[in-house]
Design a protein around this ligand. Structure first.
Ligand SMILES: [Zn+2]
Length: 284
């Protein structure tokens, strides 16, 4: 029997689904940057997978390569973002530690960490054209080495925040050590991007009271953990409810599958009845 267009489409989709994990595996995890940040959450739920829900009008190319347009065509339509409610920060000698933004607005936040491992050019256009609000927690050496790339995302509306110099776990280290990692990176990011970071994310989410003191002394108003992680397009939730709640903060990384991660996050936020918003409009 000759393959019908539908059968052909299914074959392409299956091929895409088969090839995607293999491609990610061959790229390999970065030994420094692939830490507990992506594996500390207990429950996993596949977000609506782009390759599992083809629209009849757009098919992946025969090679299984998903173009920028393929991603743009799958961005859900969001209701307009509500007016931001700024978080009231109490005067303190330490940065506030937050896993999520205390807000009742129906919004969630997308954050992208690190910067050394992978920087796909199409990510810039995806963020620009789909108007995805993103906050980048960058390590300053990666930001220094690839400044034009991150500047392009900044020009597309993204914000640059602080993720230390060497991506070392700070917990238990001396104040001097932590301050050098945090202030050193903040100084460099300010010089490169024309704005001193006001938010901080400790590598691996590991922190202690000294971290929050040092972050404050380096200009950070808040330090962030996260509520969901996204990797290879799959959203991993902290709770069994598998829903993104108002104020939640999704964590992903500059990894080869960032396009899928961004689309997975957008789909999960949309499915939860929320709209993506810019973290700095609420805090920092
Ligand atoms: Zn990191």
């Amino acid at each position: 029997m000759a393959p019908t267009p539908l059968r052909r489409a299914v074959a392409v989709i299956l091929l895409t689904a088969f090839l995607a994990p293999a491609a990610c595996k061959s790229a390999g995890p970065d030994p420094i940057f692939a830490g507990p940040e992506s594996s500390s959450t207990p429950t996993a739920s596949p977000s609506p997978s782009p390759s599992a829900s083809p629209s009849p009008s757009v098919q992946p190319s025969p090679a299984g390569f998903k173009t920028l347009q393929w991603y743009l065509d799958r961005v859900p339509e969001f209701p307009a973002a509500p007016a931001p409610q700024r978080v009231k920060l109490t005067e303190s000698a330490s940065a506030m530690w937050l896993s999520r933004v205390p807000t009742t607005n129906k919004v969630a936040f997308i954050t992208i960490d690190d910067g050394a491992l992978s920087r796909k050019p199409e990510v810039i256009e995806f963020i620009r054209q789909a108007k995805i609000p993103v906050t980048m927690f960058l390590n300053s050496p990666a930001a220094t080495k690839y400044t034009p790339y991150f500047k392009a995302i900044q020009e597309a509306g993204g914000m640059v925040e602080n993720h230390t110099i060497t991506h070392t776990s700070l917990k238990g280290k001396s104040y001097e050590f932590q301050k050098k990692e945090i202030c050193g990176s903040a100084d460099k990011l300010a010089q490169l991007f024309g704005r001193r970071p006001t938010l901080f994310r400790p590598p691996f989410g590991n922190k202690d009271a000294t971290t929050l003191k040092a972050a404050h002394d380096c200009g950070a108003q808040a330090a962030f953990f996260w509520t969901q992680t996204v990797d290879k397009g799959i959203v991993r939730y902290q709770t069994a409810q598998k829903v993104v709640k108002p104020g939640d903060v999704l964590l992903m990384h500059f990894r080869p599958a960032l396009m899928d991660d961004l689309l997975g996050a957008l789909n999960a936020i949309h499915k939860s009845g929320l709209t993506p918003a810019l973290l700095e409009d609420y805090v920092g």
